[in-house]
Design a protein around this ligand. Structure first.
Ligand SMILES: Cc1cc2nc3c(=O)[nH]c(=O)nc-3n(C[C@H](O)[C@H](O)[C@H](O)COP(=O)(O)OP(=O)(O)OC[C@H]3O[C@@H](n4cnc5c(N)ncnc54)[C@H](O)[C@@H]3O)c2cc1C
Length: 277
């Protein structure tokens, strides 16, 4: 007898792809739909701030995990890319999409991951970027290649990797870190100090213990003003201020949200049904 159940996975990145692969590996024979806000096939993000920023003058970045035919033909998964989920009705089991479509499911996997934290008031200022998606990486690399006066906000992993990409082009990025030591929460005071000296030895202008007062420009970023009054001219600002769970679309769906979706040790949200495989 054929299986007429429909598994819907929202979020077409690493976790979403692994979820559909696991469903097939475990023998699920019903329909599967994978929904992603980005227009790209699932891809690997770590190279975006490393190998990709190291290089210039190469074609479009491709870090796709699987070819499209593997997903659609071998795994028999319907792809809905370039359309975000904007709402969820867990009673009638419907995912609402930004383009107006409604997708009914028997089981749902929420794999919308995280989005980069941006700074308020910068959304309309060209030249200010976060680095989360392949599209972000393309923009940041183009600006670095063009010799942008680069200011990085946040001396965490991604901020440091952007600074490294700038130095490889001979630029002198200014890295602003609000805390007295970079990455102190992740690696502690001692290792943070080592990382700070690495920045300095490699020619990055690292400024710790000072916050950003404003990012200014007329349509396009022109300067960053620090809380101590320092003004830094900038053509490119990369905000590396961490990530936040991408859960806005779940507002009002009745799930427990507390810095992400609260679930049990089996990743179950508590909303029935629990398992399809
Ligand atoms: C530049 C960069 C460098 C990194 N480097 C490292 C590293 O060196 N080592 C390491 O361990 N980790 C690294 N990471 C983190 C790693 O990439 C993440 O842990 C991983 O991507 C998490 O995968 P995920 O599928 O859970 O979520 P995500 O990759 O966040 O994917 C979520 C997907 O859901 C989509 N989505 C969000 N909201 C919606 C919606 N409403 N509707 C539809 N789709 C939606 C998003 O577009 C995205 O494609 C890095 C991340 C970045 C951005």
């Amino acid at each position: 007898m054929s299986d007429d159940r429909h598994l819907v996975v929202v979020g077409a990145s690493l976790a979403g792809l692994r979820a559909v692969e696991a469903a097939r590996t475990e023998g699920f024979e019903g329909r599967i739909t994978l929904i992603g806000a980005e227009r790209h096939l699932p891809y690997d993000r770590p190279p975006l701030s490393k190998a990709y920023l190291d290089k210039s003058d190469e074609g479009p970045v491709s870090t796709e995990f699987r070819a499209e035919s593997v997903i659609t033909d071998q795994l028999d998964v319907k792809l809905l890319l370039g359309t975000a989920a904007v709402g969820l009705d867990t009673a009638d089991r419907i995912v609402f999409l930004a383009d107006g479509r409604e997708v009914r499911y028997d089981a749902l996997v929420i794999a919308t991951g995280a989005q980069a934290r941006s700074l308020p008031g910068t959304a309309d200022l060209a030249g200010v970027h976060t680095l989360r998606t392949v599209d972000d990486a393309v923009s940041v690399r183009a600006a670095l290649d063009a010799g942008a006066r680069t200011v990085v906000i946040g001396a965490g992993f991604i901020g440091s990797e952007v600074a490294s990409g700038a130095r490889k082009r001979g630029l002198v990025p200014v890295v602003i870190e609000a805390l007295p030591t970079p990455l102190v929460r992740a690696v502690g005071q001692e290792m943070g100090a080592v990382l700070a000296s690495l920045h300095t030895r490699n020619g990055t202008d690292l400024r710790c213990g000072v916050g950003v007062a404003s990012i200014e420009g007329d349509g396009r970023v022109q300067r960053v003003v620090l809380e101590d009054g320092t003004v830094i001219d900038a053509d490119l600002v990369v905000v590396g201020a961490g990530a936040i769970p991408a859960v806005e679309w779940l507002e009002g769906a009745g799930l427990t949200i507390d810095n992400g979706v609260v679930c049990d040790e089996n990743l179950w949200t508590g909303v029935v049904p629990h398992r399809v495989v």
